[in-house]
Design a protein around this ligand. Structure first.
Ligand SMILES: [Mg+2]
Length: 239
């Protein structure tokens, strides 16, 4: 019997890619030099740099504060500019303003959470991040806070996905067994492989058309909409 549904946050519930694209677009609007690349290419470049620094922060080799200016400097430089310190600071401000103004939930995410709530399934977010408050703010700004029962942030629990201890910590806290839970996430390496190692079945949200192959314990969806189809999929999994 399904008792708990675990969700990744960024690009599973919170549409990080969309907000990030809006942030990059805001920089391109101000600096024509950046527009020598398409918005798609610039967004991919930015996400790649962001993910590199995210890994450095999770590994403790950078702090969020030390990484932030380096991240924007790398983006502007690789975007074809020769940024000064004030330009890096300006990029941070313009990006973050546009990112925050364009926060939204992943299409279907709110409806999936609402259907789970209707079935009295506990919902929990398990996210790799250094800042609990920042992750909670995302949940609130996406308008899904009342549908999320628990938030587990790697920096707080001491384990980072795909370490199975991160998943076991959640299981123990919620008092559920692995076969009473499902993990839903967009990262094959962190969410899906991690859940597999903890004995938890999963749904891989593959919105980007990745051709990677998930483990047999996972099923793949390309969208959380329509939500009922995702619920039917969860209900059809052999728990
Ligand atoms: Mg994610």
């Amino acid at each position: 019997m399904l008792k708990a549904a675990l969700f990744d946050l960024d690009d599973t519930l919170s549409d990080h890619s969309w907000s990030s694209r809006c942030g990059v677009e805001a920089l391109g609007t101000r600096w024509p030099e950046l527009r020598r690349q398409s918005l798609d290419a610039l967004t991919a470049l930015h996400l790649s740099i962001l993910n590199q620094f995210h890994q450095e922060i999770l590994a403790g080799r950078e702090t969020a504060e030390s990484a932030r200016p380096k991240r924007y400097r790398a983006f502007l430089t690789q975007g074809g500019m020769n940024p000064t310190e004030p330009m890096v600071a300006q990029a941070m401000a313009w990006y973050q303003e546009a990112y925050a103004a364009n926060r939204r939930a992943v299409p279907g995410a709110r409806e999936v959470l609402a259907l789970l709530r209707g079935r009295k399934v506990t919902t929990a977010v398990l996210t790799n991040h250094h800042d609990v408050q920042e992750q909670w703010s995302k949940i609130e700004e996406c308008g899904i806070a009342e549908l999320v029962d628990h938030l587990f942030v790697s920096a707080q629990i001491g384990f980072t996905k795909p370490d199975p201890r991160a998943f076991r910590h959640v299981m123990q806290t919620l008092d559920v067994l692995p076969d009473e839970a499902v993990m839903i996430g967009d990262s094959l390496a962190a969410d899906i492989e991690g859940a597999d190692r903890a004995g938890i079945r999963s749904i891989w949200l593959n919105r980007t058309g990745s051709v990677s192959i998930p483990p047999p314990s996972a099923v793949t969806v390309t969208s959380l909409a329509p939500a009922q189809a995702v619920l039917d999929l969860i209900g059809g999994m052999a728990f």
